[in-house]
Design a protein around this ligand. Structure first.
Ligand code: SAM
Length: 213
C-alpha cells in the first residue's frame, strides 16, 4: 500500500515536498559520498545531475570544484525550485531545468560526467533514458549511478511507493551496455547504518575507439 508521505520522496510537491527535499539534502550525504568516491572529476568540466532533488549534491560539487559548471534536471517543479534556491549562489555556473530522464533537453556531447542518485527507480524506460545519457556525454565521458535499493526481492521500500521499480545490478549493467556504454563497473557500498546499495560507473567510448569500431 503506497504511503503519500513517502510518495513525496519520489515526486516532491508543494510545501511538504520542499520540506522532504531539505531532509534528503542531509540524509543523502553518505549516498553522494559513496557515489562519487574516488572519481577524478574534471576540474573545468560540465556535469549533469539527473533527478537532482533538492540540489544538495550539485551544491557540494560546485563548492569543491570552483571551475566546474553544472546542470541539474528534475521532473518535479518543487525539486527544480528547491535546487535553484540551493544553488543560486553559483550564478551562471549552475542551471536547473524541469524535464524527464528519457528526453534530456541538452545537445549531444555536452557533459563530461552525468550522475544520478536514488532516482532511477521511477524512470519509466531505462533503455531510452540510458541512451539519452549516452548521447549528451562527451566521448570518454562517464555516467555514475548511486542507488540505495538494489534487491528487487526486498519490498521494504517498494511497498511504500506507488510505482517504484528496484532493478537488480545485472539488469542495470545490461541496460548500460545495451545503450552503448563500456567499462561498466559495479561497486557495492559497504553495508552501514547510513548507506546500503551500490554504485555503477560506465564510460562512453572515446573518439578513436568510436572511429575504429
Ligand atoms: C528520492 S529523490 C532523490 C533526489 C536526489 N538525487 C538526492 O540524492 O537527494 C528522487 C528525485 O528524482 C526525481 N525523478 C523521478 N523520476 C524522474 C524522471 N523520470 N526524470 C527526472 N527526474 C525524476 C524526483 O522528482 C525526485 O526529485
Amino acid at each position: 500500500m503506497a504511503n503519500s508521505f513517502m510518495e513525496q520522496m519520489a515526486f516532491p510537491k508543494g510545501w511538504l515536498g520542499s520540506f522532504i527535499l531539505k531532509g534528503m539534502n542531509i540524509g543523502h550525504r553518505k549516498l553522494w559520498e559513496g557515489t562519487l568516491q574516488g572519481l577524478a572529476l574534471p576540474e573545468e568540466g560540465r556535469i549533469l545531475d539527473i533527478g537532482c532533488g533538492g540540489g544538495g549534491m550539485l551544491h557540494r560539487l560546485l563548492r569543491e570544484y570552483p571551475r566546474l559548471a553544472a546542470d541539474g534536471l528534475d521532473v518535479s517543479e518543487t525539486s527544480v525550485k528547491e535546487s535553484r534556491r540551493k544553488n543560486r549562489c553559483y550564478g551562471s555556473r549552475c542551471t536547473i531545468a524541469q524535464g524527464e530522464a528519457t528526453a534530456l533537453p541538452y545537445e549531444e556531447g555536452r557533459f563530461d560526467l552525468a550522475v544520478t542518485t536514488d532516482s532511477l527507480y521511477w524512470w519509466e524506460d531505462l533503455a531510452r533514458a540510458f541512451s539519452e545519457v549516452h548521447r549528451v556525454l562527451k566521448p570518454d565521458g562517464r555516467f555514475v549511478i548511486g542507488l540505495e535499493a538494489i534487491d528487487p526481492t526486498d519490498t521494504t521500500w517498494s511497498s511504500k511507493f506507488e510505482r517504484m521499480i528496484i532493478h537488480a545490478p545485472e539488469e542495470i549493467v545490461a541496460y548500460l551496455e545495451g545503450a552503448g556504454f563500456s567499462d561498466v563497473r559495479t561497486d557495492m557500498f559497504p553495508k552501514t547504518r547510513w548507506v546500503n546499495g551500490a554504485r555503477f560507473i560506465a564510460r562512453k567510448a572515446g573518439r578513436m575507439e568510436a572511429a575504429s569500431s
